[in-house]
Design a binder for this molecule. Structure first.
Ligand code: MG
Length: 323
């Protein structure tokens, strides 16, 4: 395949270009997974938005991260912070979910301390995937890609739709809006990606990875006999790229601290795009740039832009360095 026919060319690194993906929009500055956050990231010139999708009880794909509504970011229709930690998105009807305001983080919560610069807004609904599709279909955003994460777990610790239902509902919406040519589907639960391949084999799939480690900050999905890996046989990290290539993956999306330069070179030599998550600190931007990743997924696209510019780099093809 020559580069000019590469449908993923705009998501691959190029000389002087590192692609930036706005994580949950731009979580560092706007409330996560909100229309205003995605629009803010795109108006900043970011050409890939990262978003998380779950299904409501009535099968509406909605853009929110946790299987259970996060109480530190959710207010009810009376403006009260939610107190029930056990509200499963998959058990709520869309009409109920739509009443929640996710425009801010509860002061004093641990989560608030992680994002001290995030704006506090009122009246921000959980968007549907359709809301986001409509937004990126606007003329101004025709060059923007969706790096769409389907949230799923094989562990049985959450009420969850089946991988098949998740993939079917998301893909039919993508097809309806003609967004197939600028959507990447990513997932930690590779069973979902298997369904995506079955239904829409031409949509690029991104295999999210988080290696098992002594003190993981979330559930790792890469280890021997992991149920997250769709039955593939895995013994050692060195095999990861081969497994993803064998599964027909286009993108490898590892936790940035799991990566080495050798991993990046190996993956790219096999044709994979490497998008590292979630990179927010200057030293980590530097490390990823030096490793030569294709894309950086960040809560702070603003910070990443300034950092790239300082190093003589830009984040997409249609801009040139200020002189
Ligand atoms: Mg995500």
């Amino acid at each position: 395949m020559t580069l000019s026919h590469d449908p993923l060319q705009k998501m691959r690194k190029a000389p002087g270009i590192v692609r930036l993906h706005g994580h949950r929009g731009a979580r560092g500055i706007w409330p996560e997974n909100t229309l205003i956050g995605f629009q803010g990231a795109m108006d900043m010139g970011i050409q890939a938005i990262e978003l998380d999708v779950l299904l409501t009880k009535d099968n509406v794909p909605v853009v929110t991260h946790n299987p259970k509504l996060m109480i530190a970011t959710s207010r009810d229709k009376n403006g009260q912070w939610l107190s029930n930690e056990n509200l499963n998105v998959a058990e709520l009807h869309f009409d109920e979910l739509r009443q929640i305001d996710v425009g801010g983080i509860l002061a004093g919560s641990t989560y608030a301390s992680l994002y001290p610069d995030q704006a506090f807004l009122f009246g921000q609904n959980i968007p549907t995937l359709e809301d986001i599709a409509r937004l990126v279909c606007r003329d101004a955003y025709q060059n923007v890609w969706m790096n769409l994460e389907i949230k799923s777990t094989p562990l049985g610790n959450h009420v969850m739709p089946s991988p098949k239902a998740l993939a079917e509902n998301v893909l039919s919406l993508i097809a309806e809006y003609g967004l197939d040519s600028r959507t990447i589907i990513q997932c930690f639960d590779w069973r979902v990606l298997r369904e995506v391949e079955r239904i829409a084999p031409s949509i690029p799939r991104s295999y999210l990875t988080y290696m098992d480690c002594p003190a993981p900050v979330m559930a790792p999905n890469i280890y021997v006999d992991s149920p997250w890996m769709a039955g593939t046989s895995y013994n050692d990290k060195s095999e990861l790229c081969e497994i993803i290539v064998e599964l027909g993956g286009a993108v490898w999306s590892p936790f940035h601290k799991d990566l080495t330069m050798r991993d990046v070179e190996r993956a790219q030599s096999l044709g994979l795009i490497v998008n590292a998550w979630t990179v927010n600190e200057k030293a980590d931007f530097d490390r990823m740039i030096e490793f030569g990743v294709d894309g950086i997924i960040t809560d702070y696209p603003n910070r990443a832009q300034r950092h790239l510019l300082k190093r003589g780099l830009v984040w997409h093809d249609n801009i040139s360095l200020p002189k």
